[in-house]
Design a protein around this ligand. Structure first.
Ligand SMILES: Cc1cc2nc3c(=O)[nH]c(=O)nc-3n(C[C@H](O)[C@H](O)[C@H](O)COP(=O)(O)O)c2cc1C
Length: 199
């Protein structure tokens, strides 16, 4: 068993440096994992969205919503670092005006990076969720719920920003293909989420 993300963080160690990024990138499959989620999945996470460094949106064209450490312990204590997929939902505060539209509060497909952001040499383990949807306003401080359903790939240290962007785009396609499978789609209706009408 590889060490979990939390064990790595506690030891202050990082995953083996520079995995064979280029080799991996050449033979990437369009769909990964079994036909139905297998343990440790599904993993449910929730917490208030925090500000990251803001590079995701600006540098990479892929804005991410960060979850606080205490919200991700459930995941980092059973999984390794890497890129995952599943569903997420942003929940606006009750009885307060919000800029979010109804379409923004649906259960939506997501990709998640659990790691050190090798490319940016971060000092802390972070859990960042990119929801595959065009939001027109920020939602920092709002509650976010997510169900993680599978693992896509390890985190790499890229030779260029362009290569990282290319792979993130690939990750999004893989996630959408994976979520097409009926046993995964089921989770978009899981009662853990706040289902239509109850927002
Ligand atoms: C799907 C996805 C895949 C990612 N893959 C990697 C990766 O392989 N290596 C890496 O260093 N960072 C990876 N990242 C993390 C980005 O570097 C990170 O989202 C970016 O630093 C933005 O963070 P910020 O908004 O906190 O600045 C990935 C992020 C996402 C959403």
């Amino acid at each position: 068993m590889p060490p979990t993300a939390l064990e790595e963080a506690q030891r202050g160690s990082r995953p083996p440096a520079k995995l064979r990024t280029e080799e991996f990138r050449l033979g990437r499959p369009e769909i990964v994992g079994p036909d139905a989620p297998e343990p440790p999945f599904p993993i449910a996470l929730e917490g208030k969205v925090q500000r990251g460094f803001g590079r995701g949106g600006k540098d990479l064209g892929c804005p991410t919503a960060n979850l606080p450490d205490e919200s991700t312990t459930a995941m980092s204590s059973v999984t390794k670092t890497g890129i995952y997929y599943g569903y997420a939902q942003v929940i606006p505060p009750k009885d307060e005006p919000t800029q979010l539209r109804r379409v923004d509060t649906k259960v939506l497909p997501m990709v998640m990076s659990l790691g050190w952001n090798e490319f940016y040499k971060n000092k802390r383990l972070t859990a960042e969720i990119h929801i595959m949807h065009k939001f027109e306003s920020d939602f920092y401080g709002y509650e976010m719920k997510a169900i993680v359903l599978g693992y896509i790939r390890p985190e790499f240290d890229y030779i260029s920003r362009e290569a990282l962007i290319e792979d993130i785009e690939f990750d999004k396609r893989v996630a959408l293909n994976c979520l097409q499978r009926p046993a995964y789609q089921e989770y978009s209706k899981d009662p853990f989420f706040v289902l239509d009408g109850n927002l």
